[in-house]
Design a protein around this ligand. Structure first.
Ligand SMILES: *Cc1c(COP(=O)(O)O)cnc(C)c1O
Length: 389
């Protein structure tokens, strides 16, 4: 059987939590969603959380609430899942990409600074920069924050990979350096609600707007209404919103999974440290390490030192898959996708992203991974890399 690259873990308590909701009066819009929101906001040390049906939705309502619209710009990294960019397009904004730093594979602060100073001269500054904590390894938020002050843009942290990770000993999501942080709760991510996402902020106004956009643009709060209520039944649609709600069934699973968040991340770190040791001397570049960052280790991404080996990435990938190791590639640069290419994006100004894409391979890593499975992965990789091309 194939060792998967990622795998969720469901406990007896998780199942009981879901059954309890199924037997209650509310499958959705009951008490579990607010309980989950408070739990996660408290956990990461922020004021507000808005739980929705995906991180993609969370990114969308974050952009809308910041006021992103046609004519505006959103910048992000090309090495991410497409949702990090699509949220800008949903709002009619122009999306632009900034190359990555080859050490962290996150958005490159130097490249960003250069692009900002050019954009300032051209009157083409972004309204939003989406900072993606690739693989769970935090971007250098202090530096990004300093640039956001200098050039007057808002930061959204796409922390889909990074729940439970730390930056300078604070949980990702505390929003000390951003307006909104978004987490994904898809089954391959750190904890899951089946599908799901959550947007975190310390800004009350942004929180209220995100709630509005996630619920059809409808308010029942007289203070947010344009007119005076006709009666106690009254509600008003004051914006064009969406149905992005999370169900109580999902929230109950999220609450139950949250109890094991630190445990999951500790286990992921233990496995990643094992990989680091076992792969010592292999013709590969290991994931970055940095004292100020405690990665959630969502993905264990290697770069193959192609000039030292006789095989290509494709051959390495196929060999591993053929021998039961479910490797993956994260990510195809967003600009490579036909939808983006047809819009005129090319990758010639993103050389580090392209270099990364030639070399990257993601090894299996998930909390229930056994020593035996990890040994199998490493031994199979050794065979793959020494196989004659
Ligand atoms: C998974 C992921 C998303 C989208 O998450 P969904 O919850 O599936 O919508 C967005 N950005 C990144 C970086 C992701 O990895």
């Amino acid at each position: 059987m194939m060792i998967p690259y990622g795998k969720h873990e469901i406990s007896k308590e998780d199942k009981e939590a879901i059954l309890e909701v199924l037997e209650s009066n509310f499958l959705t819009q009951g008490p579990k969603v607010p309980e989950f929101e408070k739990l996660l906001a408290d956990k990461v040390g922020a004021k507000f959380a808005v739980a929705v049906n995906s991180a993609t939705s969370a990114l969308h309502i974050a952009c809308l609430s910041i006021g992103l619209k046609a004519g505006d710009r959103l910048w992000t990294t090309p090495i991410s899942f497409v949702a990090s960019a699509n949220c800008g397009l949903y709002c009619g904004a122009k999306v632009e990409f900034v190359d990555i730093d080859p050490l962290t594979n996150n958005i490159c602060v130097k490249a960003l600074e250069k692009k900002l100073s050019e954009a300032k001269a051209a009157n083409a500054l972004p309204k939003i920069v989406v900072a993606v904590h690739f693989s769970g390894f935090s971007c250098d938020m202090k530096q990004l924050f300093a640039l956001s002050q200098k050039y007057a843009f808002e930061i959204i942290e796409d922390a889909s990979h990074a729940l439970g990770g730390l930056y300078y000993d604070e949980y990702i999501g505390c929003c000390h350096y951003s307006t909104v942080t978004v987490f994904s709760l898809h089954p391959v991510k750190i904890i899951t609600t089946g599908e799901g996402g959550i947007a975190i902020t310390n800004n009350k106004n942004i929180e209220q707007k995100m709630r509005l956009y996630a619920g059809h643009g409808i308010t029942r709060d007289p203070k947010m209404m344009v007119g005076t209520p006709d009666g106690p039944w009254h509600y008003e649609q004051v914006e064009l919103g969406y149905n992005y709600r999370m169900t109580d069934i999902q929230a109950a699973l999220g609450i139950s999974q949250s109890q094991r968040l630190d445990q999951f991340v500790a286990k992921r770190n233990e496995l990643a440290t094992n990989y680091d040791k076992m792969l010592d001397g292999f013709p590969v570049t290991l994931p970055a390490a940095d004292k100020k960052v405690y990665s959630s280790r969502h993905l264990y991404v290697l770069r193959l030192n192609l000039e030292e080996i006789k095989v290509t990435r494709l051959e390495t990938f196929n060999y591993l898959r053929k021998h039961g190791v479910g490797v993956a590639v994260h990510y195809i640069p967003i600009t490579h996708h036909p939808f983006f290419a047809q819009m005129g994006y090319d990758n010639t100004y993103l050389p580090e992203a392209d270099r990364f894409y030639q070399q990257a391979i993601t090894l299996p890593l998930f909390p229930s991974m056994t020593d035996h499975q990890q040994n199998t992965v490493v031994n199979t990789l050794r065979d793959a890399l020494s196989a004659a091309g």
